[in-house]
Design a protein around this ligand. Structure first.
Ligand code: ATP
Length: 354
């Protein structure tokens, strides 16, 4: 797929702080791309440089192969949707959406057609004459989106687009945003600190920390093969067993050998951590499972489709988290206080520097 936006060794310094530190990324045409990271990682600063509200201290930003680093915001084929939506309170939904096209002095008939089209796509046609104060949070969000999309930018930037919505509505809007992006065929770059949101929506995502890019890949790759301990911890849930590297795994602090592939460059006896996702751990593992350890069930929580268990083992200080399907729990029920064996395959161990 063609690269739309090339971010080439971009840095942004505020005094002595490098808010964005030597970041390179290629964002493809028609891609739903997420910038993800904890508060202060630099994701908003990077987005503002793409919009033209900040100038990079170093590096280049190329759109369709042309350097846009010095092009002012209103001259870029890029639109930014603010978290606050910034709708005009005295104007109707239709007028809010039409505003940008009127500023461009498009013919009235053309404006009408394009506004009608985008209102249909964003399911706002029935609300065309309402004022923002007569809309729900989700509806306001759709108006803000429609207003940004009607100008047909090459690139739409969204800063925490679902941040103002409650949890249930967020889930629905995540799917809605994804559908919309697919339908309009415009490249979306979304900033979020919510890893679940990024996993659900993005075709690819970049994980940032302290201004640095840690990993850029599909949600599936990042979940399955996190680049380091921070990414593994930030995305999803992990059990971490600290110890020392051995030729084919990690020797845990209690001496248990946890088998898995040791990353290149790690030497025997280096400080290391073996990690495994809760859903990859089984109770009562089959005889051929490489990693196994005894523990006591400390707590059980029912979550509908699955069951989460806290198992006290000698491997870690915190209880080991295990997720099993409700089916598996029905076949072989467990009780709090019971001694069990847990296990996982060597291929499900991820080993990181510690
Ligand atoms: P959040 O999720 O909290 O919005 P973020 O990942 O978007 O965080 P940024 O807002 O990009 O992070 O900020 C990155 C770093 O740069 C932070 O340390 C922040 O304090 C600093 N920073 C951002 N803008 C400025 C500014 N205008 N002047 C000085 N420092 C700034």
């Amino acid at each position: 797929m063609k690269t739309l936006l090339a971010i080439d060794r971009v840095t942004k310094n505020f005094g002595r702080i490098a808010a964005v530190d030597d970041v390179s990324l290629a964002i493809r045409e028609n891609e739903f791309f997420a910038l993800l990271g904890p508060s202060g990682c630099g994701k908003t600063t990077l987005l503002r440089m793409l919009a033209g509200f900040e100038t990079p201290s170093g590096g280049n930003i190329l759109l369709d192969g042309k350097d846009i680093s010095a092009v002012p915001p209103n001259r870029r084929p890029v639109n930014l949707m603010f978290q606050s939506y910034a709708l005009f309170p005295h104007m109707s939904v239709r007028a809010n959406i039409a505003y940008g096209l009127e500023m461009e002095r498009l013919p009235t008939e053309k404006i009408r057609t394009r506004v009608d089209e985008i209102m249909a796509t964003t399911q706002l046609s029935a609300l065309a004459d309402r004022k923002p104060e007569q809309l729900s949070g989700g509806q306001k969000q759709r108006v803000a989106l429609a207003r940004a999309l009607v100008k047909r930018p090459r690139l739409l930037l969204l800063d925490e687009p679902l941040g103002a919505l409650d949890k249930k509505l967020r889930g629905a809007m995540q799917m809605e945003l994804k559908r919309l992006q697919h339908e309009v065929g415009i490249t979306f770059v979304v900033v979020t600190h919510d890893q679940e949101e990024a996993l659900v929506m993005a075709d690819r995502m970049a994980v940032l920390k302290d201004g640095k890019l840690l990993q850029c890949d599909t949600p599936h790759e990042i979940y399955e093969r996190p680049a380091d301990r921070f990414v593994a911890d930030f995305i999803g849930v992990m059990n971490f067993c600290e110890g020392r590297a051995a030729p084919d795994g990690v020797t845990a602090r209690d001496g248990t050998m946890l088998r898995g592939r040791v990353p290149e460059g790690m030497a025997v006896d280096d400080r290391a951590v073996a990690a495994v996702r809760p859903e990859r751990v089984t109770l009562f593992p089959a005889a051929n499972i490489a990693n196994r350890v005894a523990g006591t069930v400390e707590a059980l929580a029912y979550h509908g489709l699955d069951l989460q268990l806290h198992i006290r083992t000698a491997l870690t200080e915190k209880p080991f988290l295990v997720r099993i399907t409700a089916d598996a729990a029905d076949r072989r029920p467990v009780r709090v206080g019971e001694t069990v064996e847990i296990g996982w395959a060597a291929e499900d161990t991820r080993i990181f520097r510690n």
